[in-house]
Design a protein around this ligand. Structure first.
Ligand code: ATP
Ligand code: MG
Length: 880
C-alpha cells in the first residue's frame, strides 16, 4: 500500500503545521456552541465564532481533522451510503483555516502543493471548479498553478457559493475534482464533470469567505476575508491508494473482512450483499463515534438518527443471513482501528459496545413483534380477499418496528401479497415533513451575543474562589441589561455584571452558581445567580438594591458561605458516589450528566439494569467509608494530555481547555473537574441515596443528599417509622415483625369470613330449594337473589346445581344499575336444554345480550327494573 489512511491524515496536519497553522483537535460530533445544528458536519463548525470575529482563539491559522456526521438535518447523505462509493454517514474532514489571516492565493497554492508535491496526485487527473464570477480564483489557478483553461470549470451559485446563513459571512468556493476514469463513471455519453456519478470525485472544497451578506442580500466585502477548506480523508485516501471506492481503502477493509467472516459472504461476489456489507462498514463507524460522543439511541433528535443508523445496519445484517447481534463486535473492530487517533475510544469501548448490543437486542425484539403483526394483518386481509398491503401498514412496520419495505415485501411475497408503495411513499413524505419540523434544536442555550462580543473584546474574569472566598476587591468590567452592554445601573435595575476577578462560582459542570452580594462605594448589588456562559467569563445576575454601579469602579464580595459549603459537600459527594458506583457495578459506568446544588445532588450515568437493594447498600457503604476515612481532597492543575494519561475520569463529551484541574480523593477517585469541593471528605458528613430511577434506555439517575440534608432525611424517615411503630404499639425495630404478624392474622380472618359466607350461602340455597317447581317433568328453580357480582352468583349457582342433581336453574339479580342473569342446566339434561340459548332468549328482556355453554351461561342487562319478566318467560320457553 502506498500510504495508509493514518499516514495521510498525519501528513496533512504536518504540512499545514509547517505553514504556521495551529493543530486543533477535532471537536465533538454534537456541536456544543450551535444548538440548531444536528451534527458537526464540517471542519469549520467549531470555528464558527472565530470566523464571525466573536471569539479570539489566540491563533489565526488552524488545521484540523474533524469528525463529521451527515446523516440528518441539512446535510444528509444517509440514503447514498452503500450505493455510492464516496458518501458516508461518518467521515473525517481535513481542513485548513484562516481567520482574517491569509487568503485565496495561499489557500490555492498550498492545496495544490499538498496534492501534487506531498501526496503526489497526477496533475492530469485533476479538475478545478470555481464560482462563475470569481476571476481572481481563475487567475490564480490558471496563471500561477498553471492549470490549463479547459480544466477550470465555472459553476453556479448552487454548487460554488457558500453561505453560513441567510445573512453573514459568505463567499465563492473552488473545488478540486479527481477524474477516476471512464470505467468508474455511469457510462452515459453525457457523463462529464457535472455528472452526479462517482467518476468525477470531489475531494477538496476551498471556501473563500470574502463577503458579509446584509438583510437586503447585498454582498459587502469583508476587510479581513477568511479561508475555510474541507477535504474528506476517505476520498483522498482512495485516490492516493488508487482505489475506485472509499471502501477499498485501509480505513474500511478491516471492517469488511470482519463482516465477511461473520456473514460467511465474500465481498465483491454479489451486488446486493456488497451494498449490505458497505452499509454495515459505514454504519459501524458512525454508531461507534456518535455513541462515543455521548448520543444515546432514542426516539427524537440526534438519538433518533443514531437509532435509525443502527437498525439500518442491523437489518442489513439480517439480509446477509446474520441472526444474532454483531454490530457491537464490528464497532469493536472500529475502535481497535481508530484508537490511535482517538484515544478516548479506549476508555469508552466497553460503554459503546454495551449500548450497541443493548439496542441490537431491542431491535431483535421489535423484529419479532413486527413479524407477528404482519402475520395477523395478512391473515385479516386474506379473509377480506385482498392481496395488497396498505401503505399505512408498510409505514408502521418501517417506522415503529424498523422494518424496511424490501424486507416486508420479501416476507409477504410467498403469500402472494404486494405492497402499496405509493401509499407508503405518501406516509414517508408526511414523516419527512414531521422530522424537519421536529428538529428545533437540542435545547441547549446559545450564548448571548453581547457576552461573546464583550469576551472577544478582551474582557476576562478570573475565578479566585477555590480556596478563599473572602478575596478583597475586584473591578467592574462590564454591565449588561436586556442583552445590551451598558455603562451604569441604578437602584432597582436587574442587570448582569462581569468582574475582572471573582470568588462567585459561575454555574458550570452541573454545579449551581453562587449567590451573595457585591458591595462598593455607595452601592449594593444582590446576586441571585452566577453563570459562566463562556470560559473565563463569569456573569453575576441580580439587582441593584442600593445606589448606582458604574463600570470601572471597585467592589467587595459577600458570598453566601453556608450555601457554598453545602454545594461543595454535594459536589464532592458526586465524585465519591461515582467511585462507589464503579466499584460496585463496573467500569462501564460513565457520567452522562450531573446537577449539584445546596439541596442535594443528582447523578446520571450509563447502566443497563435496575440497581438492586443489595447493590445500593454496598454503594452507600463504600461512599460513606470514603467519607469517614476523612481523605484529603487534593487539586492539581496540569496539561489535559497529562491528566488523561494519569487515568483521571473525564466527563463524556465535555469540552476541556489545554490545562485542566484534577480533583483527587484518596486512591479511589480522580476526576477532571473545575468545581468547588470540600477540603477533606469528612466534611461531607454523610451521604444518603434517596431515589434511583431510569431516565432513558441505558441511563439511570441517582438522587442523594449529604451533610445536614442527609441527617434531616434520616430523621424524617425515622420519625415516620416511629409513628408507624406507634400505631402497631411496637418498638421501631419490631415494626416489621409486628406488621407481618398482623397481616398474617388478617389473611386468616379473611379465610374464615369466606368459609362463613359459604356456610350461609349453603343454608340459603337449602331454603331456596323449596321454591323448585316442576315444569314438563323437569325440575326448575327460577328466583331473584340479592347477589351483586357475577362470580359470587356463579358460585352460588354451582351450589344449587349440586343440590338439585337434575334440573334447570335461572337466577336473576339487581346489581345497582344493572341486571345479572345466570342459567344452569345439569349434565343429564344437556341434550334437551341449552343454557346458552335460554340466556340468549331472556337477556333482551332486561336490555342485555348474552350466551354461553350448554351447561352454564351468564348475561348482563341495563334494565334491572324488568327483571321480574324473565321468570314467566322461562316457563313459557320450557312448555313450548
Ligand atoms: P458531494 O457533492 O460529493 O456530496 P459536498 O459538496 O457535500 O460533496 P462539502 O460539503 O464541500 O462536500 O464537503 C467538503 C469535503 O468533504 C468534500 O469535498 C468531500 O471530500 C468530503 N465529504 C463531503 N460529504 C461527504 C460524505 N458524505 N462522505 C465522505 N466525504 C464527504
Ligand atoms: Mg454533499
Amino acid at each position: 500500500m502506498v500510504k495508509t489512511g493514518d499516514a495521510i491524515r498525519e501528513s496533512f496536519l504536518k504540512y499545514f503545521e509547517s505553514k504556521g497553522h495551529t493543530k486543533v483537535a477535532s471537536s465533538s460530533l454534537t456541536p456544543k456552541d450551535d444548538p440548531t445544528l444536528l451534527f458537526t458536519n464540517a471542519g469549520m463548525v467549531q470555528f464558527k465564532n472565530a470566523f464571525l470575529g466573536l471569539e479570539n482563539r489566540g491563533y489565526t491559522r488552524a488545521v484540523s481533522c474533524q469528525k463529521c456526521a451527515r446523516a440528518g438535518g441539512k446535510h444528509n447523505d444517509l440514503e447514498n451510503v452503500g450505493v455510492t462509493a464516496r458518501h458516508h454517514t461518518f467521515f473525517e474532514m481535513l481542513g485548513n483555516f484562516s481567520f482574517g489571516d491569509y487568503f485565496k492565493e495561499e489557500a490555492i497554492a498550498w492545496a495544490w502543493e499538498y496534492l501534487i508535491d506531498v501526496v503526489k496526485l497526477p496533475k492530469e487527473k485533476l479538475w478545478i471548479t470555481i464560482f462563475k464570477d470569481d476571476n481572481e480564483a481563475f487567475e490564480i489557478w490558471n496563471k500561477k498553478m498553471k492549470v490549463p483553461t479547459d480544466r477550470i470549470v465555472r459553476m453556479g451559485e448552487k454548487s460554488n457559493f457558500w453561505m453560513m446563513g441567510e445573512t453573514g459571512p459568505c463567499g465563492p468556493c473552488s473545488e478540486i475534482i479527481y477524474d477516476q476514469g471512464e470505467d468508474t463513471g455511469c457510462g452515459c455519453p453525457k457523463c462529464d464533470i457535472h455528472c452526479e456519478c462517482d467518476r468525477h470525485l470531489e475531494i477538496w472544497n476551498l471556501v473563500f469567505t470574502q463577503y458579509d451578506r446584509d438583510e437586503n442580500g447585498k454582498l459587502n466585502p469583508l476587510s479581513k476575508p477568511s479561508i475555510d477548506t474541507g477535504m474528506g480523508l476517505e476520498r483522498l485516501t482512495a485516490v492516493i491508494q488508487g482505489m475506485k471506492s472509499n471502501y477499498n481503502t485501509d480505513l474500511f477493509t478491516p471492517i469488511i473482512r470482519f463482516m465477511e467472516k461473520t456473514s460467511g459472504k465474500t465481498y465483491g461476489k454479489n451486488a446486493d450483499n456488497d451494498v449490505s456489507i458497505r452499509v454495515i462498514a459505514d454504519h459501524s463507524r458512525a454508531v461507534t463515534f456518535l455513541i462515543g460522543d455521548g448520543i444515546m439511541p432514542s426516539n427524537e433528535g440526534r438519538g433518533y438518527v443514531l437509532r435509525r443508523i443502527l437498525r439500518r445496519a442491523a437489518r442489513h445484517g439480517k439480509m446477509l443471513g446474520i441472526n444474532k447481534p454483531f454490530l457491537h463486535q464490528s464497532a469493536q473492530v472500529v475502535i481497535d482501528m481508530m484508537k490511535g487517533v482517538y484515544p478516548d475510544l479506549v476508555e469508552k469501548a466497553s460503554y459503546i459496545t454495551k449500548v450497541i448490543l443493548n439496542e441490537e437486542q431491542r431491535f431483535m425484539e421489535t423484529l419479532d413483534a413486527g413479524l407477528r403483526i404482519l402475520q395477523e394483518e395478512t391473515a385479516a386481509l386474506r379473509q377480506e380477499g385482498k392481496s395488497v398491503l396498505p401503505g399505512s401498514l408498510v409505514f408502521k412496520l418501517y417506522d415503529t418496528f424498523g422494518f424496511p419495505t424490501d424486507l416486508t415485501a420479501d416476507i409477504v411475497k410467498r403469500d402472494g401479497f404486494t405492497l402499496d408503495n405509493d401509499g407508503f411513499e405518501a406516509e414517508m413524505e408526511q414523516q419527512r415533513i414531521r422530522a424537519r419540523g421536529a428538529w428545533k434544536g437540542s435545547g441547549e442555550e446559545a450564548v448571548a451575543e453581547c457576552y461573546l462580543k464583550a469576551s472577544s473584546s478582551g474582557i476576562v474574569s478570573e475565578f479566585c474562589g477555590y480556596d478563599d472566598v473572602s478575596k478583597s476587591e475586584a473591578t467592574i468590567m462590564a454591565i449588561f441589561m436586556n442583552g445590551k452592554q451598558i455603562e451604569s445601573a441604578r437602584f432597582g435595575q436587574k442587570v448582569e455584571i462581569v468582574l475582572d476577578t471573582t470568588p462567585f462560582y459561575g454555574e458550570s459542570g452541573g454545579q449551581a452558581g453562587d449567590t451573595g452580594y457585591l458591595k462598593g462605594h455607595g452601592f449594593v448589588f444582590a446576586i441571585q445567580d452566577t453563570k459562566k456562559p463562556i470560559d473565563k467569563f463569569i456573569v453575576h445576575k441580580g439587582m441593584v438594591i442600593e445606589g448606582e454601579i458604574t463600570v470601572g469602579t471597585k467592589t467587595q464580595f459577600i458570598v453566601n458561605q453556608e450555601r457554598r459549603a453545602a454545594i461543595a459537600a454535594n459536589h464532592s459527594g458526586t465524585h465519591i458516589l461515582q467511585a462507589a458506583l464503579k466499584a460496585v457495578l463496573g467500569d462501564h459506568i460513565k457520567q452522562s450528566g450531573s446537577q449539584v446544588n445546596a439541596e442535594g445532588l443528582r447523578f446520571d450515568f450509563t447502566h443497563f439494569s435496575k440497581i438492586s437493594d443489595e447493590e445500593m447498600q454496598r454503594i452507600e457503604e463504600i461512599a460513606n467509608n470514603m467519607i469517614r476515612k476523612n481523605l484529603d481532597v487534593k487539586t492539581e492543575v496540569c496539561a489535559l494530555e497529562d491528566a488523561l494519561k494519569t487515568g483521571a475520569t473525564a466527563v463524556f463529551d465535555e469540552k476541556y481547555g489545554a490545562t485542566v484541574r484534577i480533583v483527587k480523593m484518596g486512591e479511589m477517585s480522580m476526576e477532571l473537574c473545575g468545581g468547588t469541593h470540600v477540603q477533606r471528605t469528612g466534611d461531607i458528613g454523610l451521604l444518603k441515596v434517596v431515589h434511583e430511577s431510569a431516565i432513558a434506555a441505558g441511563v439511570r439517575r441517582i438522587e442523594a443528599v449529604t451533610g445536614k440534608e442527609a441527617f434531616a432525611h434520616i430523621q424524617k424517615v425515622e420519625e415516620e417509622l416511629k409513628r408507624t411503630a406507634g400505631l402497631f404499639k411496637a418498638g421501631s425495630l419490631e415494626v416489621y415483625d409486628r406488621a407481618e404478624k398482623i397481616l398474617k392474622e388478617k389473611r386468616e380472618l379473611e379465610k374464615e369470613i369466606e368459609a362463613l359466607k359459604g356456610k350461609i350461602a349453603a343454608k340459603d340455597s337449602g331454603d331456596l330449594m323449596n321454591q323448585t317447581k316442576e315444569i314438563g317433568g323437569v325440575k326448575v328453580l327460577s328466583v331473584e337473589v340479592s347477589i351483586t357480582d357475577a362470580k359470587t352468583l356463579r358460585d352460588f349457582g354451582d351450589k344449587l346445581r349440586d343440590k338439585m342433581e337434575s334440573g334447570i336453574i335461572l337466577l336473576g339479580s339487581k346489581a345497582g344499575e344493572k341486571a345479572l342473569l345466570l342459567c344452569m342446566v345439569t349434565k343429564d339434561l344437556s341434550g334437551k336444554y341449552h343454557a346458552g340459548n335460554i340466556i340468549k332468549e331472556l337477556a333482551p328482556l332486561v336490555g342485555g345480550s348474552g350466551g354461553g355453554r350448554p351447561d352454564m351461561a351468564q348475561a348482563g342487562g341495563t334494565q334491572p327494573e324488568n327483571l321480574s319478566k324473565i321468570f314467566p318467560a322461562l316457563e313459557k320457553l320450557l312448555v313450548k
